[in-house]
Write a protein that binds this ligand. Sequence first.
Ligand SMILES: Cc1cc2nc3c(=O)[nH]c(=O)nc-3n(C[C@H](O)[C@H](O)[C@H](O)COP(=O)(O)OP(=O)(O)OC[C@H]3O[C@@H](n4cnc5c(N)ncnc54)[C@H](O)[C@@H]3O)c2cc1C
Length: 370
Amino acid sequence: MNIAIIGSGLTGSLAAISLAKAGCRVDLYERLSDQELINRDRTYAITHSSRNILEKIGLWPYIVEDLVAFQYLNVIDYELKNKFHFLINDLGISEQKYSAIGWIAEHKNMMLSILEFISNFDNINKIPTSIIPNTNNYDLIVVADGSNSNTKKKLKTPSYKFNYDQICITAKVLLRGVKSNEAFEILHSEGPFAVLPLGGDLFQIICSQSIAKATYNMSLSKTLFLDYISTILPHGIEPDTMIDDPKSYPIRFLLNYSFFSGKYIYLGETAHTIHPVGGQGLNLCWRDVDSLASLISIPLLKNNILFIPIIYSISRFLDVLSISILTDSLVRYSRSNINVFFYPRALIFFILKKSVILRRFLLNIMTNGF
Ligand SMILES: Cc1cc2nc3c(=O)[nH]c(=O)nc-3n(C[C@H](O)[C@H](O)[C@H](O)COP(=O)(O)OP(=O)(O)OC[C@H]3O[C@@H](n4cnc5c(N)ncnc54)[C@H](O)[C@@H]3O)c2cc1C
């Protein structure tokens, strides 16, 4: 089977490996150089669903050495002044042996390992261009050119989208008073924010806040920005030093009405873009890749290629829709008016804190999707 992949970000690159492993001949189109692909300053939360996929294609051993595992995920509701934790015991039995609720990955290391891995495949041909390939040469075209996909615009595939009235700020900070194996999801009226371990005392702060507030905070000097960080960190945790300049980017929500158009199949951020704070984005993208690779490996479908796009689209619907809604709900929950929603919010938090079953259920969804 001849497949073109448009876009060699983390979705397109992983798709190239998975489809090459499934016996396809892959042309991987990318407009950026490898160095530009590597030089992105992003940090991802990796869940067990991604670990599973990476293990399946043999990439896990090359990636894991650069990952930072965390054993505690603390959820704190500032407005309720309450907290609970997800622990290793809340994972499924098969996952507990990895001694990690999840892992934190820095983009540079992961992209480098993936591009090196790709170079081992004779059936992956990298084509440095932004010209959309001639469809007649391919059985399927995988579109993974990101949330501003030009391919999707040309094909006029509709999607539901809106911009959050929020900006995401990320910064690497040395912290005191926190263990190197714990992560935090903090529900704050300005918007949720996350504290992710990067090894030793180094942590990534990812906070979302109103455009006005974020614009102001981005104009602060490093010292004043650290002072601001100290006001939003949990009690007992102090910021020490900023390692880099804070970065900011607008946050959007995007969900395609369909994940295919003829023989074009939409994967990753081209099909869905969600708020970054739940740490679900990349994992959802990689589950797209896994679904497509599994379908292409089914002998019956190999001879009936035309069915693959529609079956793929149906198979991804529930997972993508529910994770998108759950992540969006987390943002709305965090920003909901505490006066009006105090009792429902307190009830949800109380149940999660007390009920092991519910915590396990929620962690399982966050870890494996639907
Ligand atoms: C500014 C920014 C910061 C982010 N930070 C975080 C973060 O901190 N944590 C997190 O979990 N997620 C983050 N995300 C989301 C995360 O990067 C994505 O979920 C993940 O990278 C998977 O994206 P993708 O491969 O589907 O798309 P992308 O990473 O957007 O990759 C698309 C690729 O397609 C290429 N391309 C586009 N058009 C063409 C064309 N016509 N021909 C050939 N190639 C083309 C692009 O050059 C690009 O390499 C961020 C996203 C953005 C935009």
